[in-house]
Design a protein around this ligand. Structure first.
Ligand code: DAH
Length: 341
């Protein structure tokens, strides 16, 4: 009687979902299921009954197994759909290469240009003292850059600070090396500014220094004109402006015709059509002497390039903050990008 009901249940059990098949399997085919419990009771029966009951239970078990394998064969499962034949028109998985940061691209481009002129690389620390950042560079004791308003001091008492320019490397190189000197020093610098589209608390410069007998302003002008043509292309509008730096005598700045607005006027060029990209000059004899170099015998030229400015013009980037925000979409634009150096 009980077995007939069980047979009915096995035959009518709905097996169209994976969960239903799992509970069916548990009820009829697994340890702890009803059939197993009935098999266990066989031992308590007299010999003859045990035989017939045993055979009937075995039939039920076979029936349950059959129903389950039929149900599994007719219901598609995730495994069976994965084994569909491969589709040869399916697009290949796209390999995404990394991207160089635009400031790295610009630095590399500048370094390559000056290497062709015989410049080698030098570097110095970002944490500096007053001597290398100011005093050896001929800054007056009350120069405004020495103020906490403009410079980040790490230890105001000992005048330890974050360098405000890469001109510090000029001093470090001249202190340990005698002319001829021809070096290029890329690096990060820090200033106490309010962050905006045009200013940041850190940015990057590339310092250049050439000290030897007979280095003149003509060399300076030729070197930087060559650089601008190599970096931006022949015929790029460029102008020289007289300027002032404590560590150079004469001093000048170079502006490039704004490549973002084509000279019409925009926020990057402050509506003047020109963007300043570098400061330069002839090394002040006081600086040579402070570094132990005979200023009667040697002269030097120096320049400091603003890397962000060069990158803004080369790639038409309107806002400085993009360089430091790690914005994936911005960085992705430089994917696979390399200059023909
Ligand atoms: N150190 C200057 C600055 O940060 C840039 C500069 C000007 C560097 C003239 C030089 C130079 O080497 O000769 O504004």
């Amino acid at each position: 009687m009980e077995l007939t009901a069980l047979e009915q249940e096995i035959l009518s059990y709905a097996l169209n979902t994976a969960e239903a098949r799992a509970s069916f399997r548990q009820r009829f085919l697994r340890k702890g299921g009803i059939l197993e419990a009935l098999f266990a009771q066989l031992r308590t029966l007299p010999e003859t009954e045990r035989r017939t009951m045993g055979a009937r239970l075995q039939n039920l078990r076979t029936l349950a197994q059959q129903r389950l394998s039929e149900a599994e064969a007719t219901t598609p499962t995730p495994t069976s759909s994965q084994s569909l034949p491969a589709d040869p028109t399916f697009p290949h998985k796209i390999f995404q290469p990394g991207a160089r940061h635009p400031l790295s691209l610009v630095e590399k481009r500048v370094v390559r240009i000056f290497q062709r002129l015989g410049y080698t690389l030098a570097e110095g620390p970002e944490i500096e003292d007053d001597w290398h950042n100011f005093s050896a560079l001929n800054f007056e004791p009350d120069h405004p850059a020495r103020d906490m308003q403009d410079t980040f001091f790490i230890d105001p008492e000992r005048q330890i600070l974050l360098r405000t320019h890469t001109s510090t490397v000029q001093v470090r190189v001249m202190e340990r090396q005698k002319p001829p000197i021809r070096i290029l020093a890329p690096g990060r610098v820090y200033r106490h500014e309010t962050i905006s589209a045009r200013a940041h608390v850190y940015f990057h410069q590339i310092e250049g220094l050439w000290v030897d007998e007979g280095v003149s302003a003509a060399h300076l002008k030729a070197t930087l004109s060559y650089f601008v043509a190599a970096f931006f292309g022949e015929g790029t509008p460029m102008r020289w402006r007289a300027s002032y730096f404590p560590f150079t005598e004469m001093s000048a700045e170079v502006d490039i015709g704004c490549l973002i607005c084509g000279g019409k006027g925009c926020p990057v060029c402050k509506h003047t059509g020109w963007v300043e990209v570098l400061g330069c000059g002839m090394v002040d004899p006081n600086v040579l002497s402070a570094c132990g170099i005979d200023s009667e015998r040697y002269t030097g030229l120096a320049f400091g390039l603003g890397v962000e400015r060069l990158a803004q013009l080369l790639y038409q980037i309107p806002d400085l903050r993009l360089f430091s925000q790690n914005n994936y979409l911005f960085l992705q634009a430089f994917q696979g990008y390399e200059h023909a150096f």
